[in-house]
Design a protein around this ligand. Sequence first.
Ligand code: SF4
Length: 472
Amino acid sequence: MIRVGDAANAPDFPEAAKHALGNAQLRRNVRHATDVIRGKRALVVGETADWQALREAGRRIKAHVLEHLDTYLTRFEENCHRAGGRVHWAADADAANRIIVDIIKSHGGSEVIKVKTMTSDETRLNRALEAAGIAPYETDLADLIIQLGDDRPSHIVVPALHRNRAEIREIFLRGMGLRELGGEPEDLTTAARRFLREKFLRVPIGFSGANFLVAGTGGVCVVESEGNARMCLTLPRVLITLAGIEKIVPTFEDLEVFLQLLPRSATGERMNPYNTLWTGVTPGDGPEEFHVVLLDNGRTKVLADREARETLHCIRCAACLNACPVYRQTGGHAYGSIYSGPIGAILTPQLQGMSHSRSLPYASSLCGACYEVCPVKINIPEILIHLRRRIVEEQGSYLERLAMKGAALAFTDGRWFTRAQTIGRLLQRPFTAGGYVVKAPGPLAAWTATRDLPAMPAQSFRQWWAARGGRA
Ligand code: SF4
């Protein structure tokens, strides 16, 4: 079953956003955190003389990969096998979860340490593990906060961004069963270190996501800031990686581009403190058994839509979230998906199906800030408009489709435009006061409830011009 977390059952964006906007603490936390990351990003991007050339290189590599995805995926599989790894193909979320549970069970495992894996939130892996009697432990600090707080991620890179320090202290006190804990960052990280270290040293099965899969070597790359992923990737005896099929890059050299774009865009760092690359298994060094599960879960559907396929270029840096005026007001939970912000607004409905999450392509002012900051130049505003068109064509009411056809006719033919103006002037009369349409009729009332809509003038420019005999 194709699934993006719990997106299929999430409330519509406007309803969820209304709830989020009422939470002043959440809005303060989100605003502060995104301001800090944006400031850092602006500094390190500003000092990179060839930033636009890097963006273009990133875009080209990703577009090339998508044109030849079948070739690169099979190349990755061959090279990974050759290096001692095993590749599994999962058509959807349930298939991926089944494969992972089976691998863990085949080793008699009842616990697994996890790191850097949004994709497993997409498949709802933790629930499948728990249902199979396997305890998952998140080891990324932010994911640990989410897990102990029984919470949902609200940001792609900083999943607990909506929590402040005082809240995290409370979560740790409760979730780790501590009697006392200071509130300074060192106190919190020391508590997390003690809690996780025991698990790193004891649990023999590790699980990770992937930032990049290198087709030319069959290797996997994970970048991070804490070092927890390094522990999770090197200490266990068995390592399982779950990755979307779009994570492929052709060669090791291509990482040069992405390892400059990603840290600058994601956390405002020149490079990530930890870049872990591994290829298959090496006797006496690291895991003895390595599995990669390659996940489709709707991605080939996205690939088939030429106008929207660049959605799959995404390297999950979250720069578009931090720049988005809508996300910065509502935070991530309002999007009802683990993928929030502008990228979530285009990715979730395409993966999950347009009948779900159909309000998401409208969760944008189309200001273009997301496009400007995207390190791989995904034209999110264009894709939003494309998806809005698909929604109207596939699911719009008869009246909506009729209105759109009428608008198309009026905007492509001057005579029809003049007629539409005349009709509009007549229709607006009962609803106009002081030069404004104060309360539009029917469903349009929602629009004028929060905005000023200037009434149409009695005379258009063309009519005024014609009345003067075409003279200024
Ligand atoms: S769409 Fe672009 S800016 Fe947004 S997360 Fe993906 S790569 Fe980053």
